[in-house]
Each structure stands twice: as C-alpha cells, then as structure tokens.
Ligand binder design. Structure first.
Ligand code: LLP
Length: 418
C-alpha cells in the first residue's frame, strides 16, 4: 500500500493533488510520500518483531538528505557503500555506530575515515581489504569491527545486472574459503570479528533463493562458532522485491520474509541485520512528467514525455517495467510506445503500453520510482537533474532544487590556451 491514490479522479500524493505540485514545481520531478516511507519501516519492524534485529536502510536506493533525515528520525541505521554516503548518513543525524559499510572497493582513505568517525561494522569483501583495514586500525590504535560478506553461490533469480550471490559475481568472499579467512582475521590485532554478512541480489521475487542462502550462512555461522569465533551478528543484506506492475506481480511480503528469517535464526541467539533499500523507497515515490508530443508512425504511435533515461535509468538499463498512470483518471483506449527526448533509441520507457488518449501537456505519473531513480540520474544531453519533492499530509516541500543549465555550463573550465 502506498499513499498515491486517486481522489475525485485526480491522483494525489497523500493530501496533495499532483496537479498542484506540477503547477508549483513544473515537470519532470520526483515526488515522495513521507507516510509511505514511515509505513515501510514499520512493516519491517513488525515483520522482525520476534527476533533481535537492526534495520540498516541502504542509502544507495535514495540518498536525498530529507529522506535520510526522515529515516534517521525513525531510528533506523544505514548501510553505505562510499564515504560520500557515509557523510550523508552522518549529516542526516545517524550516529557512526549505526552505520554499516559495504562494498568491494572501499579505499584506504574511506576505511580510515569511517573508522575514525565511528562505525557499527565493515562488511569486508576480500583478504586484501582485510589486510588494509588491519593496518589502518593498528596505526590508529583501534580495532575495526567486521563481518565478512560471504558469497553463498546462490542464484537470486533476478536480473543479471543486480544478482550478486553467484560465485562468478565480484561480491563477497567465497563461502568455502570463509573458515580459513576468519581464522586469519582472528589473529589480527586491528580486527574485531562480529559476525557474518551476505547480500545475494536485488528485486528478488521469491523467498526460495533467500532461504537457500540463509541456510548456508547459518551453517557457516555455526561452524565459525565451533571454531571459536564470536559470531553475534548476522547481516542478511537487502533485496526483497516489490511489485512494479501492480496488476499482476506478487513478490513475497515483508511479513513472510520476517517469519522465514525468524524461524531460521531464532534459536541462534544472534542479532539479525537487514539492509532494505527498494522496499522502503520504491513505491514511496513517483516521477511526475508531462506529455510533450504525440507522434504518429506507420505501425505504432509514440508518446513523447519530458522525462528521459537520464532521469530514470531503470527501463533502459534493466528493461525494467514501471506503471504509467494518468494524473487525471481516464480509461486506457490505445497502445503507445512511451519515450523520452534523449537522442538514443534506448531512451524507451515502455513498448505498446495501453494508455488513455493523452493530449500535449497532460500529466503522467511513472509509479514506483522512489528507489534507484533520482540517485541514478545524470545530466546526459545537458538535461539538469530534476527536482525532488517530499509530501507529508497536506504540505509539500522541494527537497532538491532544479539547477539551471547555466549552473551546469559554469562547472566546466575552459583552459586559457584555447
Ligand atoms: N545491501 C547491499 C550490500 C546492496 O548492494 C544493496 C543493493 C542493498 C543492500 C539494497 O538492496 P535492495 O533492498 O534495494 O534490493 N539499481 C538497481 C538496484 C541495485 C541494487 C544494488 N545493491 C535497480 O534499479 O534495480
């Protein structure tokens, strides 16, 4: 459930008509619903209520400072993958010791900065990273809290580009080598082993791969305890999928995920961590766009909208489906290809999509765009990053302004020899 619903035939975000936001901010723009964000946090809290747990929101899904501040107020920790994201989390009021740091390529500078400024744990992804972290911690007279991210070699059955738990993927240490690597780490003066971590992929639409991976991680944790390691935490990563086509997709509910996790780990006396991103932000946001032109072709018709692949990359990058709905409710009566203005054939949002008879200037909402939308945007074709708006009840605030083209041009430096 989200808070983007029709009221008297007009699409609202909570208690604000999208027509009102379009008039004030103009299109394209992202619009988020604070109530939906908070609701998703509550859903996870309820799902895991029967087991000791911590939620680390995955900042990469949507890192606007207002969104992070809202989540920080709900007392969730954060999962970051760069020092940029770490600084964002801190700036939003998250304490360092509520932050986990993941990623295959954390630089020495990043490791040092996070260690000096506070961290819950590093999710270490290679032996080289372990050695670097150990050296840095010793030089600071500290011990770095770590879990190893293990790669369980499980097929997440999701899009190849967002599948991370197969042996061929770059992520984590191979689970078979884990006992040996933990033994090495246990001898290091700068390393403090806390637990085990995994993350097998994103937009998983079935619980089975999670279950398979978690079983392997559980067995590893038990073996590591037998070997004498203190394993107090198991971080299960993120990845729970959401329905992008609302009419016919039914991914597992957080409640079912929570029951499965609780069943599996309840006897282990361990703290469970999760790193949801998409589930929190995906359907908390829409991309509001307007029709520029309708274009007639021989065997199809195109709807040309003012948002493009630089604003929402997911369809071009992952052939991802997003629902398109009119802001003024009308029944669909025709099929059209929905495209943006960018000069690439790949700037295609949807093929042969049933749509109402739109006119130039009509408002269209692209649903489920709150996660991996604004954060993946670029200025390709010198299109300024689009504004973001946060709605709460009957108020809305611009939480990132639209820069001008002049701002973009002024960033470049022309050497004086030209
Ligand atoms: N933890 C780690 C270590 C991750 O790499 C990710 C996502 C998450 C947590 C959060 O996963 P989520 O709950 O959001 O599925 N740009 C792609 C998704 C990339 C996901 C990358 N890692 C997309 O638009 O579908």
């Amino acid at each position: 459930m989200d808070h983007f619903q029709y009221k008297n035939g007009v699409l609202f975000a909570e208690d604000v008509a999208l027509t009102e936001i379009a008039a004030a901010v103009s299109t394209p723009c992202y619009i988020y619903s604070a109530a939906t964000v908070k609701r998703h946090v509550d859903v996870f809290e309820t799902a895991l209520a029967n087991i000791d747990h911590k939620i680390f929101y995955s900042v990469k899904a949507n890192s606007n400072q207002a969104v992070l501040s809202l989540l920080a107020k709900s007392s969730v920790g954060m999962d970051v993958v760069s020092i940029g994201e770490y600084k964002r989390a801190i700036a939003a009021g998250v304490a360092g010791d509520h932050i986990v740091f993941s990623g295959v390529g954390k630089t020495r500078e990043e490791l040092r900065y996070a260690l000096e400024n506070g961290i819950y744990q590093f999710n270490v992804e290679s032996e080289n990273e372990l050695e670097a972290l150990n050296e840095i911690a010793i030089s600071l007279g500290m011990r770095a809290p770590i879990s190893f991210r293990v790669n369980p070699d499980v097929d997440a059955q999701t899009h190849a580009k967002i599948s991370t738990g197969k042996a061929e993927n770059k992520f984590g240490i191979p689970i078979a080598l884990a006992p040996e690597i933990y033994a090495r780490a246990a001898k290091m003066d700068g390393i403090d082993i806390k637990g085990v971590d995994t993350h097998i992929g994103s937009q998983l639409t079935s619980l089975a791969p999670f279950e398979q991976a978690f079983e392997k991680v559980k067995n590893l944790a038990l073996k590591l305890r037998e070997d004498g390691h203190k394993i107090d935490r198991i971080d299960l990563g993120g990845g729970l999928g959401i329905p992008y086509a609302q009419s016919n997709e039914n991914p597992p509910l957080p409640m079912d995920y929570g029951v499965m996790v609780t069943e599996k780990f309840k006897d282990m006396d361990v703290e469970i961590g999760i790193e949801p991103g998409r589930m929190i932000m995906g359907n908390s946001g829409i991309l509001l766009t307007s029709v520029i032109y309708l274009k007639r072709a021989v065997d199809r018709n195109f709807l040309i909208i003012d948002a493009a692949m630089n604003d929402l990359l997911r369809p071009a990058m992952y052939e991802a489906h997003h629902d398109f709905v009119p802001v003024i409710d009308q029944a669909s009566s025709t099929n059209m290809d929905i495209v943006g203005p960018i000069c690439e054939t790949g700037d295609l949002f949807a093929k042969s999509r049933p749509l109402p008879e739109f006119n130039e200037g009509d408002l269209v909402a692209i649903r489920t765009a709150g996660a991996y939308g604004a954060v993946m945007a670029s200025e390709y074709n010198t299109r300024p990053l689009i504004p973001e708006v946060l709605v709460s009840g009957n108020r809305f605030d611009v939480i990132r302004k639209r820069p001008s083209v002049e701002d973009i041009i002024a960033r470049d430096i022309v050497p004086d020899w030209i």
